[in-house]
Design a protein around this ligand. Structure first.
Ligand SMILES: Nc1ncnc2c1ncn2[C@@H]1O[C@H](COP(=O)(O)OP(=O)(O)OP(=O)(O)O)[C@@H](O)[C@H]1O
Ligand SMILES: [Mg+2]
Length: 394
């Protein structure tokens, strides 16, 4: 999977600038934006280009000054200096301040620049991959297991183990806070796709007019405000897994597009007709009854049937017997370690109160509750009096 490489060029010679953009944009993966001066570029530095080419002799702020500012702002940005005259001093200064390449303006400039940028692209892609892997390692250690001993959760765990190794679409259901996203991560990190990205996206949390470009990406100028090309979550998840959370809330028009993507395994960025092949495993989650949504006319029936690949239901905590106290002890231990507040335990009465509570907010509520209790209790043993249950919402 190739990332889009964002290249900024700073060049006061309009003809040269145009030629450079033309040469570079022959490569599909480059998104090139040209600036006529350092001042203009610096106003846009926050858009975080991957690579910047700078004409050394510019009117106004000099190439060298821009290079220093870039380095100070974000030393991950790779810089190529382009110079009109051959001066050893200029080259030395450029390299001293972190430029990756120094290219002379002559008949071979464009070929040479294209080659430099190709080399830098490999470097940028490698760095991005390392970043993703680093995040994944952190994620994986965090979501290695689903804890519990009740029959209800053991049944779910067995289903998860069955679906992990396959490539099947899975529909994860359960009340709010039961651990649907955690289950999706467990599936991903135990699947052959584990070294590729896990990309969760909450479909309900994104405004309707942005969701399509968020999922599928967009081309430059596809709509007002689309000032550069952008890849969407599906492309980001290439080779890995995407979790479409709160799928029941997806706009009905977008549901038709999603169905097509699931069937054809291809997407088009907004503003483009070019189809991009996808290799993404799709997981979907919902806390709503999708069948009811179909009856209400808010969910497409064809998509509903397509999503019935493999059903994983996460039981509510009140259906999980003693799991509430098992989880509570686990959360207490890791919270105390994290906060360095020493080892704490629940008294017998506190444990009984935890077991008796119905946990309408499920694991999310339990976790917040345990952390609150750990902070409030002043002794090593947390007593029933230290517990503060959330008020019940009628
Ligand atoms: N097995 C588990 N181990 C540790 N933490 C868990 C586990 N399951 C859930 N949690 C924690 O409970 C909280 C809720 O989990 P999660 O976000 O996966 O639930 P959800 O079902 O997706 O909720 P919602 O319906 O609101 O989206 C998170 O803070 C998560 O870290
Ligand atoms: Mg969720």
């Amino acid at each position: 999977m190739k990332n889009v490489i964002k290249i900024f060029t700073i060049e006061d010679d309009a003809m040269f600038s145009k030629m450079l953009k033309y040469t570079l944009e022959k490569e599909q993966e480059y998104d090139v934006t040209c600036f006529r001066s350092g001042e203009e570029f610096l106003e846009h530095i926050h858009l975080n280009p991957d690579i910047v080419t700078i004409d050394y002799n510019l009117p106004g702020i000099s190439g060298l000054e821009i290079l220093k500012k870039i380095n100070h702002y974000n030393s991950d940005i790779s810089v190529v200096i382009v110079s009109g005259q051959e001066e050893v001093g200029v080259a030395v200064e450029s390299y001293k301040h972190g430029a990756k390449y120094y290219v002379m303006k002559n008949e071979d400039t464009f070929t040479e620049l294209a080659l430099c940028i190709k080399n830098l692209t490999a470097h940028v892609n490698l760095r991005k991959e390392v970043e993703i892997l680093r995040e994944q390692i952190i994620d994986r250690s965090r979501y290695s297991a689903i804890i519990g001993e009740s029959n209800a959760i053991l049944k779910t765990i067995r289903l998860i183990q069955k679906v992990e190794k396959s490539n099947m679409l899975a529909l994860i259901t359960g009340e709010s806070g039961t651990g649907k996203e955690v289950a999706a991560r467990v599936i991903h990190y135990n699947s052959p796709r584990c070294k590729k990205p896990f990309v969760p996206i909450n479909v309900a949390a994104i405004p309707e007019d942005l969701i399509e470009s968020e999922l599928f990406g967009h081309e430059k100028g596809a709509f007002t405000g689309a000032d550069s090309k952008r890849i969407g979550k599906f492309e980001e998840a290439h080779g890995g897994t995407i979790l479409l959370d709160e799928i029941a809330e997806m706009d009905i028009n977008l549901q038709a597009k999603l169905l097509r993507v699931l069937q054809e395994k291809k997407i088009c960025r907004v503003g483009s007709n070019k189809e991009i092949d996808l290799d993404v495993r799709v997981l979907v989650a919902t806390n709503k009854h999708l069948g009811e949504k179909v009856k209400e006319g808010k969910f497409r029936e064809d998509l509903y049937y397509r999503l019935q690949g493999f059903l994983i239901h996460l039981p509510a905590l009140r259906e999980r017997g003693n799991d509430s106290i098992i989880l509570a002890r686990q959360f207490l231990q890791s919270f105390c370690e994290q906060q360095r507040i020493g080892h704490k335990t629940f008294s017998k009465e506190a444990a009984e109160a935890i077991l008796a509570h119905s946990w309408p907010g499920n694991i999310r509520e339990l976790k917040a509750f345990v952390e609150r209790a750990a902070l409030l209790s002043e002794s090593e043993r947390i007593e029933a009096d230290d517990l503060m249950f959330s008020p019940v919402i009628a």
